[in-house]
Design a protein around this ligand. Structure first.
Ligand code: DGL
Length: 324
């Protein structure tokens, strides 16, 4: 695996004006030339509102080490999770237009909030390439992991508002019981590197006690309320790119009997399957294995925070600033 950075490509000046808040039939201004059949040698485009999606990139690097990757973190507009659906669609459209202009062969939306709001619009805008989100793979993993069918989902306010995870889970397991909860402060906490310790655990306890009541060892017999062991979900979906970093603190609050699920590995698996099915996967002998990083705000900060999420050296010089 190697890093590569370059000057901001000239094509940036040709980017279309940002679209309005509605989604017109040609929403992202992609011209016909961009719709050329993608070829195997092209990179895979991955984006997130920030650095959290690097957890998905990391899983993709493990699963598909011979691919080249372009990763864009829209740090200038983070957090997406506190924005309206229309605004998130507009942001995702700009970022995707940039990656498509770099001729990516597939687009991975490594952001739960952007997947929830913009996946159908991006698929409609770029029918010539596979567009893969993180929510269906995450829901799939949760449905496989849960024995009782009682599943909890934590995510940003925007993802919870859209109800995308419960919908995806219930499509697979109509008998499932799904509880959803927004945990907005987990994102700044993870960005500050506060994964463990009293603050992280205190916040996790504050949020999660609504769904995971403290088990006293004395079941009240109804399986409900305080001590209601049977009312506890047996699976918790970490439905936000940042939450896996807080898994230790979350685990201490929910206890051992709950399976924590995140989308990173399952999304990498889904991307691998789609690329293979479409004849777009690189073979082991074809070289590849490079990553180029782009950000819409300070490259140094991207690199500093990104190192918390990515298991590789990353400096400000490895990251290219783009103005979208
Ligand atoms: N990447 C976002 C997500 O997975 C979390 C950060 C944000 O709110 O932008 O939902």
């Amino acid at each position: 695996m190697s890093l590569s950075s370059s000057a901001c490509p000239a094509v940036l000046s040709e980017l279309p004006d940002p679209p309005g808040t509605s989604v017109p039939s040609e929403p992202f201004g992609a011209d016909a030339a961009l719709r050329a059949v993608p070829n195997v040698g092209r990179p895979v485009g991955v984006f997130d509102s920030g650095v959290g999606g690097l957890t998905v990139l990391q899983a993709m690097l493990r699963r598909m080490p011979h691919e080249d990757y372009l990763y864009l973190g829209d740090t200038a507009r983070l957090p997406y999770g506190a924005k309206s659906r229309e605004t998130v669609i507009r942001y995702a459209a700009r970022v995707s237009a940039f990656l498509v202009e770099q001729r990516v062969k597939a687009l991975v939306i490594a952001c739960n909030t952007a997947t929830s709001a913009a996946l159908p619009a991006l698929r409609a805008a770029y029918p010539h390439i596979p567009v893969i989100g993180v929510i269906e793979p995450g829901a799939e993993a949760a449905c496989r992991a849960s024995v009782s069918g009682h599943i909890a989902v934590i995510a940003t306010p925007a993802t919870i508002r859209d109800g995308s995870y419960p919908a995806a889970i219930l499509r697979r397991r109509p008998e499932a019981r799904v509880k959803s909860l927004a945990c907005p402060l987990f994102v700044p906490m993870a960005e500050d590197g506060l994964f463990e310790g009293p603050l992280a655990e205190g916040l996790a306890a504050r949020y999660l006690s609504a769904i995971f009541p403290v088990v006293t060892g004395q079941d009240d017999g109804r399986g409900e309320g305080q001590g209601g062991e049977r009312d506890r979900p047996d699976c918790l979906v970490l439905g936000c790119t940042h939450y896996p970093l807080l898994a230790g603190a979350i685990r201490r609050v929910v206890g051992k009997g709950v399976t924590l699920v995140d989308s990173a590995a399952t999304t990498a698996e889904a991307a691998c399957r789609v690329l293979t099915e479409r004849g777009l996967a690189r073979s082991a002998r074809s070289g590849g294995g490079t990553c180029r990083f782009f950000t819409t705000d300070d490259p140094e900060r991207f690199a500093r925070t990104g190192r918390l999420f990515l298991d590789m050296p990353l400096g400000g010089d490895d990251v290219t600033l783009v103005d979208l």
